[in-house]
Design a protein around this ligand. Structure first.
Ligand code: SF4
Length: 77
């Protein structure tokens, strides 16, 4: 559900021919940990970033009965 997790999963090389597709790298560079951006730390690299992402750090929200995520754009219950 989380855009960064989807990006990481899409960037994993596949060895089986049936599952080979073009790698989709996560754009940009990881942030400087001593100068994190305002809001969600992933917002400069996130293709789904909203205005709110550049302002407010997302809190942990319930995604379903077994999972939590911290993302303003991901579905939650
Ligand atoms: S909170 Fe916003 S910037 Fe952060 S991962 Fe979710 S959509 Fe992307």
């Amino acid at each position: 559900m989380h855009p960064y997790t989807r990006g990481l999963m899409a960037s994993i090389p596949r060895s089986r021919p049936a599952s080979r597709t073009a790698l989709v790298p996560v754009k940009g560079q990881p942030p400087n940990l001593s100068q994190l951006p305002l809001g969600c730390s992933f917002n400069p690299r996130c293709s789904e970033a909203l205005d709110r992402c550049r302002r407010d750090m997302p809190e942990l929200m319930k995604a379903n009965d077994k999972h939590l995520h911290a993302c303003w754009a991901a579905p939650h219950v």
